[in-house]
Design a protein around this ligand. Structure first.
Ligand code: ARG
Length: 476
């Protein structure tokens, strides 16, 4: 900060005789956070000044000077030479004060027919628009990584779980594609936020609109909004666009966390289904054998942090009477933090998935344990012997109990043992008891059969390649 201790005359200082206390200034200043919206603030000011000139509220000459000054300021911000000052509270007053230094009197005309209340939320909507787009792109990169792995593992057999108990054999490709589906809905939700949030508050002024003959449609269009917000009180006080963005982000982070949890499980010595690359593992300072999945664990923890940002903003907004209140200043720190954290998590997940090594043998072996083909046996009894499913379930249960008592797999029971439970059973039963047969039989739409998974992989490749605009994107 250029002048942490110096306190110049406040922009709003006309009616005050004394300066604010240091702590007042510390709690009130938001420049450390909202300087991130400098570009959006300048874009908003440029659109506003153009509109003021077009409607004859300021002269063309004043506008030319304002535009010139704002361009200079943008250059200073890019170069990192802009003199940010905490005494000037926020990004809006920092830029306006600098504009006055640069061009003098015309700078004072820029704030005609607007207030910081509509200005800040215009900046914030513009920023959130960019952040939503970027978050969606990060999720797309993770989808690409997952689809690539799924394509390599369309017929890699692993145990499918319910209650984390072995349930039925599934394919790894199928399992990974489940996340591709989740992430796609996440991207849809982030996109919904873009649609509803894309209305322009600028020109609502402090809360009630203005008597100046402004053209809100013009500024809205210049800033790429679909149109001006229809109610000025709503325009300055609504934060549901940020809540919607954060709730979509929380759900997406929850999905990242679930995948992270699977990586933690799969890379453990007990599962040993996968190994993270060196770049995505950490060692222990005391146990030399350790390869810890720290990044996955941190994604798991940070999903909670992102959700907490949603909850904090919701708590801040829920008891606010209309229209603006300073509580709303804290919306930005929460939102920036959530998006920054999310960006880190999504990139880490993509890095892990791109470089993870799966161990198909260990997965197959685990899939064969726990009587995972018992359902196939029951289905066989229904199909081949015409048993009602409930009876088939019972017969299968007795065979499982027999195998378990003998510490064997179902396929290890001989025909004598099989027929002691169901005399009509024949040798054909062995053809359905392997994990490969089991998985291959599940060809229903969305099922785990390698043929079905290959079809889904191809569909995703086509879609993502079209989105990325690179026909070889997924085959590179
Ligand atoms: N820094 C403020 C914020 O982020 C700008 C709006 C201030 N408005 C006001 N009436 N004090 O919310």
């Amino acid at each position: 900060m250029a002048d942490e201790t110096e306190k110049g005359q406040k922009m709003w200082g006309g009616r005050f005789a004394a300066q604010p206390s240091d702590i007042m200034e510390a709690i009130n200043a938001s420049i450390d956070v909202d300087q991130r919206m400098a570009r959006e603030d300048i874009a908003g000011s440029r659109a506003h000044a153009d509109m003021l000139a077009a409607t004859g509220i300021i002269s063309a000459d004043d506008n030319a000077q304002i535009q010139q000054g704002l361009e200079t300021i943008e250059g200073e911000i890019t170069a990192g030479t802009f003199p940010f000052s905490r005494a000037l509270e926020d990004i809006h007053m920092n830029i306006e004060a600098r504009l006055k230094d640069l061009i003098g009197e015309p700078a004072g005309r820029l704030h005609t027919a607007r207030s910081r209340n509509d200005q800040v939320v215009t900046d914030f909507r513009l920023w959130t628009r960019g952040a939503l787009t970027e978050a969606s792109e990060q999720l797309e990169a993770l989808q690409v990584a997952l689809v690539k792995q799924a394509g390599t593992h369309t017929d890699t057999i692993m145990p499918g779980f319910t209650h984390l108990q072995t349930a039925q054999p599934v394919t790894l490709g199928h399992h990974l594609l489940a996340y591709v589906e989740m992430l796609d809905r996440d991207r849809g939700r982030l996109g919904d936020g873009l649609v509803r949030g894309n209305e322009c508050p600028l020109g609502a002024a402090a809360l009630a609109g203005t008597g100046f003959p402004i053209d809100r449609h013009m500024t809205a269009a210049a800033l790429g909004f679909d149109g001006p917000m229809a109610n000025s009180l709503d325009a300055v006080s609504a934060r549901d666009f940020a809540l919607e963005a954060l709730s979509a982000l929380s759900i997406a982070a929850t999905h990242l966390s679930r995948l992270a949890e699977e990586i933690v499980l799969w890379t453990s010595a007990q599962f040993a289904f996968a190994r993270l690359s060196d770049a995505w593992s950490t060692g222990s300072s005391i146990m030399p054998q350790k390869r810890n999945p720290d990044a996955a664990e941190l994604v798991r923890a940070k999903a909670g942090l992102i959700t907490s940002r949603f909850m904090a903003l919701q708590s801040a907004v829920k008891a606010l009477p209309l229209a603006y209140a300073k509580d709303l200043q804290d919306d930005k720190a929460l939102t920036f933090d959530a998006f920054d954290t999310f960006d880190l998590c999504a990139r880490a997940m993509t890095g892990m998935i791109e470089t993870i090594t799966f161990y198909p043998d260990a997965m197959r072996k685990a899939a064969a344990k726990g009587f995972s083909t018992a359902t196939d046996l029951a289905d066989f009894l229904v199909r081949e012997l015409g048993l009602p499913f409930r009876e088939a379930h019972h017969v299968t249960g007795r065979l499982v109990a027999m195998a378990e008592a003998a510490d064997m797999d179902l396929a290890d029971l001989d025909m004598v043992q099989m027929q002691s439970v169901e005399p009509r059973l024949t040798d054909a039963i062995y053809s359905v008891l392997t994990v490969e047969k089991s998985a291959a039989s599940r060809t229903s739409f969305g099922g785990t059969a390698p043929s079905e998974v290959a079809r889904q992989v191809a569909a995703w490749e086509e879609r993502l390649n079209a989105e990325i605009g690179d026909p070889d994107g997924l085959h590179a």
